[in-house]
Design a protein around this ligand. Structure first.
Ligand code: 5GP
Length: 219
């Protein structure tokens, strides 16, 4: 399967929409780098290779229509939903959550029981999904820390390959994770856009993230 990355950027379940010059190249390159790293750490992904700057060749997966979120620091929906999580507070343990991919219903939270009772995943798969997600967290967290960044949270999507093996699919870049500068707390991800940042600021954040994660200038 070939995945084409786009320059479009959306937020608020698609209500807000813009275009960021060369965002597709940044996101494809960052995703490729992070998927390669996961594969090296023996985490199965759909990644095969980057065919062109914005075109990724991947294995075909039957996707589970669920967003698997892992959080290390309280932010975003967690802070909005519950009174006992304060923005920026380190969680006592990494938290894995499942959300149904359904913009019209604003991606409702799913318990493990919802996942199993609905047939979205088997009990064994739910256990594996959590294990994969925590391993991704541990690999990404260490990687980001070496680059002076805190991995606040991220979202992955997982599917089954032709053998039924669960693999991390979709994309993995600053559209789907929160990263903050360790020293200054500065936001280095898509929240700049979600929170109404100017489009030139948003673009700068994407080019910076390329440099931070790949260790070379975006040219
Ligand atoms: P929250 O649930 O706080 O909105 O988001 C938690 C994490 O999941 C953040 O890193 C955010 O970027 C990611 N995330 C949540 N929903 C989506 C989504 O629909 N698309 C993408 N790309 N990332 C998401």
């Amino acid at each position: 399967v070939l995945l084409r990355f786009k320059d479009s950027i959306t937020a608020l379940d698609g209500e807000k929409h813009d275009v960021i010059h060369r965002k597709a190249e940044v996101n494809a390159a960052v995703s490729a780098e992070l998927f390669k790293m996961l594969e090296q750490e023996k985490i199965p992904t759909h990644f095969l290779r980057l065919k062109e700057a914005t075109l990724m060749q991947v294995r075909r997966l039957r996707m589970i229509p669920v967003e698997v979120v892992c959080r290390n620091i309280a932010a975003g929906k967690l802070v909005k939903s519950y009174p006992f999580f304060k923005h920026g507070e380190k969680l006592k343990t990494p938290l894995v959550e499942f959300f149904l991919k359904d913009d019209k219903r604003h991606d409702p939270l799913l318990s493990e029981e919802h996942m199993i009772a609905s047939g979205l995943a088997s009990k064994e798969e739910v256990k594996k999904l959590k294990m994969i997600t925590l391993k991704v967290n541990s690999v990404l967290r260490k990687f980001m820390l070496k680059r002076g960044l805190l991995l606040v949270d991220f979202k992955i999507e997982v599917g089954r390959d032709h053998r039924g093996t669960l693999r991390v699919g979709d994309e993995l870049n600053i559209d789907s994770m929160r990263i903050w500068d360790k020293k200054t707390g500065e936001v280095k991800d898509k929240d700049i856009y979600r929170k109404g940042g100017r489009l030139d600021e948003v673009a700068r954040t994407y080019y910076q993230s390329y440099k931070l994660i790949l260790g070379r200038d975006f040219k």
